[in-house]
Design a protein around this ligand. Sequence first.
Ligand code: 0A1
Ligand code: ZN
Length: 878
Amino acid sequence: MRAEDPRPVRLAEYRPSDFLIDAVELDVMLDPTATRVTARLRLRPNPAGRDNAALTLDGDDLNLVSAAIDGDPLRVDDLDVSPSSLTIANPPRRPFELTVTTLVDPSANTKLMGLYRSNGAYCTQCEAEGFRRITYFLDRPDVLAVYTIRIEGSEAENPVLLSNGNLVETGAAGEGRHFAVWHDPHPKPSYLFALVAGDLGVVEDQFVTMGGRKVTLKVFVEHGKEDRAVHAMESIKASMRWDEEAFGREYDLDVFMVVAVSYFNMGAMENKGLNVFNDKYVLASPETATDGDYANIEAIIAHEYFHNWTGNRITCRDWFQLCLKEGLTVFRDQEFTADMRSRPVKRISDVRGLRSVQFAEDAGPLAHPVRPEVYAEINNFYTPTVYEKGAEVIRMLKTWIGGDAFRAGMDLYFDRHDGQACTIEQFIACFAEVSGRDFSQFLRWYSQAGTPEVRIATAYDAEARTFTLDAAQSTPATPGQHTKLPVVIPLALGLVGPDGRDMPLVVGGAPAGPVFALTDETTRIVFENVEQRPAPSLFRNFSAPVKVVSDIADDDLLFLAAHDSDPFNRWQAAQTVALRHLVASVAAVRSGREPADEPRLAEALSRAFDPAESDCAYAAQIAALPSEGDVARELGEDVDPDAIHAARGFLKSAMRRRLGPQLLAAYERLAETGPYSPDAASAGRRALKVAALDLLAAGGERDGIARAHALYSGARNMTDRVMALQVLSLHASPEREDALADFARVYGQDPLLLDKWFVIQASAPLPDTIDRVETLMASPGFDIRNPNRVRSLIGTFGAGNPTQFNRPDGRGYAFVAGVVAELNASNPQVAARLLGAFRTWRSLEPQRRGKAEAALRGLADMPRLSADVADIVRRALA
Ligand code: 0A1
Ligand code: ZN
């Protein structure tokens, strides 16, 4: 690897800053290529820091114009300055004011970190280390300051001038320029700073908080897109209300603003009072957005809003503590969605996502603990492990100590740590205190990587009327962690009797459960007074993020699929049977045999299409077979994606043959009648309808394809249209080509709709997909500088198309690696994220594994590899 290896950052080496910054005044003179930033920093030595330390401020790509201490200009000899740092060897040992002027070029900023331009507007992204690309600073989350920002720019080009906090002054500045001054009274770390300037449209509303504070709400979008901001606005109000009701959290400024930008590296950002969003997660109208878009917008608006308390009011001491704000905030947004929509459906879709991405990460070379202990590039730790597994850890904590103690612990945390930059230990201490429990073992969830496996063996003794459950836990070795210790695993369970009811749980003569903590390598639980052999329903509601291997027979699982009172486990039971069946089918395919039929599975799935099932969104989850990725993970090694695809295709066709009339009846019953509404129930009906359609079209069946084409052509909303196109895209046919061409003709000018068209084509399991993706990359609608376009086309091909990315000839790997190489310098963050496609390369069969490794090695040998890409390549190959 040619890249210069920066020294890795270690949690164990954390030291408080030698200096603190109490107040920041920024004066930003906007200019497309030479924005002048003057920062006045009120500094003082940190009593917790070292005596006589030099002052070193972080920078990145900065040009220093001048610097002064208490008004006295500093000369070059007083300073050690480079684009990446500014050091004053001997600063005053008392409070002082440092004034620094820098020049930055927003138009040349293709990394989209710091101050950059998006479709003519100015915007910023400062998490994690972007503020240092605006001015020299102590750019670390434990330095909290009060910010006052003066923005000056052209009135014609930037009528809107925004920053954090409350607006305190506006006025003319002469020569067609104007200014605005913003003051944020809440001390914050630099990563929460934001500035936006441009010619934007706005939607306004108001929210009255539980304490009676009137908050002005504004959503800024490109002119002409105001009608697409209404759903985001409704989502803000719902989020504000929910955080008051569920957590007692009130908003704390006079204004809350969301700005949608089209060039953005991630989903959205929780800057204090001024959330900046990828426009994909703001804009929605029935003509342009799918049910999925509506749901995503609601969830991401909520996530960013909830950060106001979990992240902003209480922030992280250092970036190792990222899960302190992210895991907790994901947990909060999951609960919000569960309350707004269907709780079981939300849980099932979150667990599907967790398994497909986080379990995959945890089982591969990029595995790391929820709280990492070392990083080379922090941008690469915004991962499913930190976010989604981090949320699971919070959920387990709640399951383990109970809802009341959890709420009391949260209240204590808000109370005790408001205004501070905290660690996981401080957070956990609040729950230890309110519950009186010892959390030392629980903390291993934060430090141990890898998905624990729990093996369950059960035995019923009719004579003794006991049911014995033996659980054995182990966590596999992960990079840098060879030995693992047992963790606290909450096991929520029920024993379901032959009548379908839960039996009373009695252990040691007393009522017990339903949550049992597995704390040792092995645990035995003997249930007493068990009159009849039960079907055990284990890990109800997915009570722990573990892989379960149990001896429970398919017959029992199929019984649970019909009768379990826990809706999550009804779904899980059928999934487990399907997964077992698919694993056997893959073996058959690979040895040239025909996979077996599975009539009982068809019966379980048929329940989804029963008119008596009233929750269609839930039924759609039942109808969806395990994904190809699920099967690959279950296999774990020697993975042949083509065999998996064939086995799954075979099962789908078998379901079509067995359930044909029912599928058809459901499809017709669920046809759209009234006007479009994105509410959860209507969306559920559409999801179930397309699940039926997908099976009807299995194997490219003509009748199913014709129906999909008819749905596409007659669609009265974007959900039906896109879902029909998705079904069509799986099978080569003239209808497929016709619909794809039509979509491009009608919607190709809208970038977010173009993205949908890219996603559909890039995920098609067809041999010419790679040629199409290459052609689309060269088409006028594609712009390699826009992360949404890159993710839709190349990201989907890499991470969402198992057969074509993993082509046996290695072309898929070479193609994605080529794009990574192309983006390496211009946008290293997006480049590194694309490499996520390689996170499971080691589990492939030998031929593909060799080709994937060659592609990674090719990247490793590239000159001038960015820190972001070098870090992932190095870990992937280690
Ligand atoms: N804190 C944000 C995620 C985020 C992280 C880094 C970014 O830089 C490009 C942007 C956003 C969240 O959790 O939503
Ligand atoms: Zn977040």
